[in-house]
Design a protein around this ligand. Sequence first.
Ligand code: PEP
Ligand code: MG
Length: 366
Amino acid sequence: EPQLSGDFATLMEWADKVRRLKVRTNAETPLDADTARKFGAEGIGLCRTEHMFFDPERIGAVRQMIMSETEGGRREALSRLLPFQRQDFVELFRIMAGLPVTIRLLDPPLHEFLPHSDAEIAEVAESLGADVVAMQRRAQELSEANPMLGHRGCRLGISFPEIYEMQARAIFEAAVAIAKETGKAPVPEIMIPLVATRRELEITKAQVDKVAQEVFGETGHRVEYLVGTMIELPRAALVADRIAEVGDFFSFGTNDLTQTTFGLSRDDAGKFLPLYVEKGILPKDPFVSIDPDGVGALVKIAKEKGRSVKPDLKLGICGEHGGDPFSIAFCEEAGLDYVSCSPYRVPVARLAAAQAALHGGGDRTA
Ligand code: PEP
Ligand code: MG
């Protein structure tokens, strides 16, 4: 049972008095959300919804949704996923009890959702009433040479709008249910992944707004909500003023931003980065600590451009860097509003945020 107590809890209270940065958590399960709250998280900064779909009860419908060649087929699969997804958000809103909850719409590694074995293909074919050869062709069409730079994030939401519509419906229905249950409506912060252009955010935000109106009409209840974006591609940082005209908040996805700024796969970096650090080519692993001159510079550009349009634009960070003290010091100096990190990093982040507030931002070492 995670719990802070004794001198450590007192130290944390002191830290909270001096820090300016808020500390949120990355969480998608009730257990993670609950743990993070016990460690003092002040909200969820990133709920990665794709993880929810790997559940054995759901993966069949997910495969069907991706593999179906008709909108009707996709909608049928999505209608089976809706109750699960609604329940996911009901539980998170209940645990977070009015604290902010940022829900990121689906950002799947598409290849992980595709059927792989002959048995899986046969199963999808049967469930869709399609023939096996057609399904093999479909799986081939959807497979990509470079999935991490492919049909992910909002690109998928734009190709298959019904996916984001189902998720938005689940979020709003859950928020209305909690408002009825507790008398206090959560304010969901809906986040669009992998945005590179203003238009992508406009299109996906319109999908969300449309569903919000439908649910409010059907239930006779309204809830406040925000729609914002991840900034995790260099282009998004460079056109952040245009993106800020559409979005209510930015959250820096520094995992992808590091990958795309260095042109270095986040999954393979470990193979040679230690050598780079050993030789002094890089002072630190940039996937752990923000590189102030690369990703850090893009964060500052996005902040300046975004806030030139919306002075109060809410800014956070939700990559792994959000739990790293050096990066937290950078976020303090850059003027972000919050960091979001994994539940067990929350106490460290509270301390690091306090230290950064007292001693200023991180050193420039690169
Ligand atoms: C990121 O890219 O930094 C991020 C938080 O999203 P994910 O790690 O899920 O790609
Ligand atoms: Mg990302």
